[in-house]
Design a protein around this ligand. Structure first.
Ligand code: NAD
Ligand code: DAU
Length: 332
């Protein structure tokens, strides 16, 4: 697999994956990214031009996608509309990018017999009760609760159908909440860090008792690469690092690490249909592919992430005002 086409490679997880692959392999990468509000060309600066080509374009553009897929040995599909609060406000772009975009890619990889990896989310499985010990597993039924997760589940179902009907060589991964550098300030951890950096208070939706299963973006990248290199076509793999924490725990830890009182945050309007808890059982990935996370200390990973946002205000500041204006209009 010398030539990878990475869709959404200017977004948070795509950038981290591109950087990881360039560092640990000799693969060449073409990034296809529309540069929506969440894509940032700056995130790819400084990488070797001899091994990285950037194409600004839309995954719904069938002619462009076909031409790029033709030259690739494998496609790693990150591109998507990804933010739940945007999906609640305006779901149409999610249907277009996540469903029609994935369909467009599938038709191209089918035509050219190219290996495909679908980057998906644990949210397709719905949510778990706060007081249960249950975790998500590969065989669980899809039960998405939000407009975003419904479009991701629909896209994943297209992939499974293309595997069964056309013999596509495709894998799917479902990951839990990721954190690390280059994440848009709309997401929970960067939003709270940049609130504190600007002298504002973090904002917690509703009670804050909801639980997310945090994994560092670099661990997500190594997991996707392991699946691409050693995964079995047709199979699904869950990616997680045993990182369950409530939103309250995370915001208090951010405040502590940033030298603020632990109660220096506000409770704001809850997210409609807010999923209670996600938790991943990644036994299959660990036992079958020998993958293990490197970032096992969440507090250390969070401290490094805070340091990154502190040192890279030029990267995040241009998006902060528009992001906060969106939230303010929703009482969040
Ligand atoms: P992101 O919003 O940071 O980046 C998405 C990227 O896709 C952006 O660069 C954007 O410009 C690009 N894009 C959007 N629509 C496009 C289109 N029509 N054509 C081409 N490019 C387009 O998202 P992320 O957090 O990096 O998520 C990447 C993938 O990982 C998504 O598929 C998401 O569902 C999945 N995922 C994310 C997480 C997480 O915690 N961030 C967890 C599990 C799965
Ligand atoms: O589980 C994987 C998913 O994780 C990915 O598929 C999504 O693309 C990604 O956005 C993320 O979804 P969440 O909705 O869980 O992430 P978000 O960062 O939006 O919110 C995390 C939790 O924090 C959630 O319970 C809502 C809450 N929250 C969020 C924001 C932005 C707050 O309490 N305050 C906030 O300001």
């Amino acid at each position: 697999m010398a030539r990878l086409l990475v869709t959404g490679g200017a977004g948070f997880l795509g950038v981290n994956f591109v950087r990881h692959v360039l560092a640990v392999t000799d693969h060449r990468i073409t990034v296809l990214d529309k540069l929506t509000y969440s894509g940032n060309r700056v995130s790819l600066e400084g990488l070797p031009e001899s091994r990285l080509t950037f194409v600004e374009g839309d995954i719904v553009d069938a002619l462009l996608v076909d031409a790029l897929v033709q030259d690739a040995d494998a496609v790693v599909h990150f591109a998507a509309e990804t933010h739940n609060d945007h999906a609640l406000a305006e779901p149409a772009p999610f249907v277009r990018a996540n469903l029609v975009g994935t369909f467009t890619l599938l038709e191209a990889v089918r035509a050219h017999g190219v290996r495909f990896h679908q980057v998906s989310t644990d949210e397709v499985y719905g949510d778990l009760a706060l007081d249960s010990p249950d975790r998500f597993h590969e065989g669980d039924a899809f039960s998405p609760s939000s407009p975003y997760s419904a479009t991701k589940a629909g896209a994943d179902l297209l992939v499974h159908a293309w595997v069964r009907s056309y013999g596509l060589r495709a894998t799917v991964s479902h990951c839990s909440n990721s954190y690390g550098p280059y994440q848009h300030v709309e997401k929970f951890i960067p939003r709270q860090i940049t609130q504190v950096l600007r002298g504002d208070r973090p904002r917690v939706y509703g009670s804050g008792e909801q639980v997310r299963d945090w994994i560092h973006a670099e661990d997500h990248s190594s997991a996707v690469l392991a699946i691409l290199e050693r995964g079995t076509p047709g199979e699904t793999y869950l990616i997680g690092a045993n990182g369950e924490r409530s939103n309250l725990e995370v915001v208090k830890l951010i405040l502590e690490l940033m030298g603020q009182p632990q109660d220096a945050f506000d409770h704001v309007a809850d997210r409609p249909g807010h999923d209670a808890r996600y938790a991943i059982d990644s036994t299959k990935l660990r036992t079958e592919l020998g993958w293990e996370p490197v970032h096992r200390d969440f507090e250390a990973g969070l401290a490094a992430t805070i340091a990154w946002y502190r040192e890279n205000e030029d990267w995040w500041a241009p998006a902060k005002d528009a992001t906060e204006a969106f939230y303010a209009a929703r009482g969040q």
